[in-house]
Design a protein around this ligand. Structure first.
Ligand SMILES: C[S@@+](CC[C@H](N)C(=O)[O-])C[C@H]1O[C@@H](n2cnc3c(N)ncnc32)[C@H](O)[C@@H]1O
Length: 283
């Protein structure tokens, strides 16, 4: 799913130098770090996956087939409101302003690149592809997905076998050290794990780094909607789904310095959406 040409765009997650590719291995051309390339490039350090990242990976690796039914069927019940998965994802994607990509593309022949950090089983893919505007002849789109769970990526691969999409590129990487050059992506988004990340500030800085200046970076995860009343059932169910996080909330305090247009909005009773943009650096 990743061609040799795609591999040339990857950088070392340790020092960000280019990588050279040989059979089943990528090697950093600067610090000489070696990275496995079996099934997918595995551009992360196992020993740095600690705390909740490691704990939750047991679930994701062990039960990837349960993820999508749980989101689809359990969430509306737990939230006791008819905000289905579809509504939730469509509300989220509006913040990503994919329709505005048309304008950007017309002035450049480079492919439009979208990154989902923590792509999981790829449940957002049909929503993203539906929301993409027609970009015109010869304009390519690349949808890159990174995740830390081989089980979830394998599930995503099964989805892509059923519904092939040559635009999608998958690899294993840690949200805390993304293996991409600065300003590589036209859109960057993340749903559903930043509340368990060991260092959410660092992950947000990484998303901001790989996004082109001026493009929205959009993140969603759990927070009890601050503007609403919640009964005991809501609070108990919310605690259940966020058992690993003592204070699930939108990480407004961790948005990188200098970010502009910072907006936080509820998507549903249990979910927030946080959007921000990094300004273009003045010469
Ligand atoms: C709740 S799932 C959400 C999947 C997908 N974004 C969605 O909307 O359906 C969370 C995903 O985050 C991934 N994840 C957790 N910690 C991560 C990390 N440090 N770096 C990258 N992905 C991570 C998990 O492996 C899992 O696939």
């Amino acid at each position: 799913m990743l061609s040799e040409a795609d591999r040339r765009y990857l950088v070392c997650p340790d020092c960000r130098a280019p990588l050279s590719s040989s059979a089943r291995e990528l090697r950093c051309t600067s610090c000489r770090a070696r990275w496995s390339d079996v099934d997918w490039p595995r551009l992360y350090r196992e020993e740095r996956v600690v705390g909740n990242d490691r704990l939750l990976r047991y679930f994701y690796d062990g039960l990837p087939r349960l993820h999508d039914p749980a989101v689809r069927f359990a969430l509306p019940v737990l939230q006791t409101e008819w905000v289905t998965e579809r509504i939730l994802r469509e509300r989220f994607l509006r913040h990503l302003a994919l329709d505005e990509l048309r304008r950007r593309v017309s002035s450049s022949r480079a492919p439009v690149r979208i990154l989902e950090v923590s792509i999981g089983t790829g449940a957002n893919l049909p929503f993203v592809t539906r929301a993409l505007p027609r970009l015109g002849d010869g304009d390519d789109v690349e949808i890159w997905g990174v995740d830390l769970s081989a089980g979830m990526l394998a599930q995503c691969t099964r989805r892509l076998r059923r519904n092939p999409d040559p635009r999608v590129r998958l690899l294993m990487a840690d949200a805390h050290a993304l293996p991409f050059a600065d300003a590589f992506f036209d859109r960057v988004f993340h749903i559903g794990a930043i509340g368990n990340f060991r260092d959410p500030a660092r992950a947000l800085r990484e998303m901001a780094r790989v996004a082109k200046p001026g493009t929205p970076i959009v993140v969603a995860d759990e927070e009890l909607d601050r503007a609403r009343e919640h009964n005991l059932f809501h609070r108990a169910m919310f605690r259940l789904v966020t058992f690993y996080d003592p204070k699930p909330h939108a990480p407004r305090e961790h948005v990188p310095d200098g970010a502009i247009d910072v907006v936080t909005e509820p998507l549903s009773r249990f979910f927030y959406c946080l959007r921000f943009t990094m300004p273009a650096v003045r010469a």
